[in-house]
Design a protein around this ligand. Structure first.
Ligand code: PMP
Length: 436
């Protein structure tokens, strides 16, 4: 029944033509979503050969260099807690104080619910770090990329991004309606060719790179990208999600690592969820950019302000990071030890610089999942990265190091990886094993 203008109920008119019930029910069935069918197929394949699910494991302790899963202690390489600041007394203490003062939520968008002092002081600290005029923080790193890129560009504009860019960057470009052109990973010549051929067709142009690539652990030549963005009149945006706290002598990030003035970059983006042990994202840049985003980016205007305890945690973590560069040095030594040991044993670590992110590339997805499973049984928690996150032939285990891993944990792990790869190779291909 529907109500007419007088508020009286009248029978709802029948639709002009009833849809064909059987066709609709198949398409509308969630079980028929192609991605879901693929997932189920993968799971049943893994179960068939006795492999556990390496994803969504429940950790019943704070996951850093070690963790506890099902009451068992593991050496852990699956956390982005690069400088071991998650649970640091100063970080947790700051969060506790903010929670006592302001509760756990900002309760609405900052536009209407107003600021908390911690929003402002965190933004000031981040702006000072990058020596920019301003900063805005948002509730998720992913959303920060999506909404920032989505709000800055429009149809008629163009975004040039590295072929290995994070999903949030690509999604932001799609939202903006700008033309999307990707260039080969870290390849300045490929970018220049694209700029030369197409820049003149578009009004605004944005180049996006990452400070440390999360699948490969390598970094761009920042000075080269700055030169190109100047030559072709484009903005340059650097996503420092994995770079902050990791690259550069004091962990200041890509600008320190490459010896480039941070002012040469138009937009510094980063997340609070990795080195800074909280949750959220930030954009640092000129005040006009920041003010524009605060009034126009949907992910800021129409989303709740960052939770006050998380803002306080991130600010405290940034202060500890800046005051204790020895953490960055320990992380660097750990990365170096992992990389040199792995290379000595003939493992394929791809392009990794040996900083916080080191892949061990094994080839096909099944081998990567099997290796991860075998290591798990030996007390090592590390996740496989498989197709479609990376191309099928470059499936890998991805190790996230922290400053808190011990040298023994690292050498024992790398030795275990080499032993298990040798054992898998000796056993022949998994298909052969299944058929045996
Ligand atoms: N950018 C990059 C390069 C990332 O790797 C990630 C997440 N790992 C994000 C953005 C999104 O950050 P968050 O997980 O904090 O939302």
């Amino acid at each position: 029944f529907v109500t007419n203008r007088l508020g009286r109920a009248t029978p709802r008119p029948a639709p002009a033509k009833a849809p064909e019930a059987s066709r609709i029910s198949a398409a509308q069935n969630f079980e028929n979503l192609p991605g879901y069918r693929e997932l189920k197929l993968q799971r049943s394949g893994a179960e068939l050969i006795g492999l556990g699910n390496p994803f969504f494991r429940v950790h019943d302790a704070k996951a850093g260099a070690t963790t506890r899963i099902d009451q068992k202690i593991f050496t852990n390489f699956s956390s982005y807690d690069y400088l071991g600041l998650n649970g640091h007394p100063k970080v947790s203490g700051a969060a506790r104080e903010a929670m006592e003062a302001y509760g756990t939520s900002a309760s609405a968008s900052r536009v209407v619910a107003g600021e908390r002092p911690g929003h402002i002081s965190l933004e000031q600290a981040l702006a000072a770090h990058y020596r920019t005029e301003g900063c805005v923080v948002m509730v998720s790193g992913h959303a920060t990329n999506v909404t920032t890129i989505g709000a800055l560009l429009e149809p008629g504009d163009v975004v040039f991004h590295d072929a290995l860019s994070h999903n949030s960057i690509v999604t932001g470009v799609q939202l903006s309606g700008a033309q999307r052109r990707s260039f080969a990973h870290n390849d300045l010549d490929a970018l220049e060719n694209l700029l030369q051929a197409t820049r003149h067709e578009h009004r605004r142009a944005l180049i996006v790179v990452e400070g440390l690539y999360s699948m490969d652990g390598d970094a761009p030549d920042l000075a080269g990208f700055v030169a190109l963005k100047k030559r072709y009149d484009a903005w340059l945006m650097v996503d420092e999600a994995h770079g902050l706290g990791v690259t550069g002598r004091t962990g200041a990030g890509l600008f320190e690592y490459c010896g480039v003035d941070p002012k040469e970059v138009d937009i510094w983006m980063g997340t609070l969820s990795k080195t800074l042990s909280a949750c959220g994202g930030y954009i640092c840049g000129p005040i006009a950019l920041i003010e524009y985003l605060k009034h126009s980016a949907g992910g800021f205007v129409y989303s709740v302000g960052m939770s006050p305890p998380l803002a306080a945690a991130a600010e405290a973590a940034l202060a500890v990071m800046q005051a204790e560069p020895e953490r960055v040095e320990r992380l660097r030594q750990n990365g170096n030890l992992f990389l040199t040991t792995a290379r000595k044993l003939g493992l394929d670590t791809g392009f990794s610089l040996g900083l916080a992110v080191i892949p061990v590339i094994v080839g096909d997805s099944l081998k990567a999942v099997t290796l991860s499973d075998r290591l798990f049984r030996r007390g090592i928690n590390v996740q496989p990265i498989i197709h479609p996150a990376v191309p099928e032939r470059s499936s890998r285990l991805r190790f996230f190091l922290t400053s808190e891993h011990t040298p023994e944990q690292i050498t024992d792990t790398v030795n275990a990886v080499a032993e298990e790869i040798a054992a898998i190779d000796k056993g022949g291909s998994l298909i052969e094993q299944l058929l045996a």
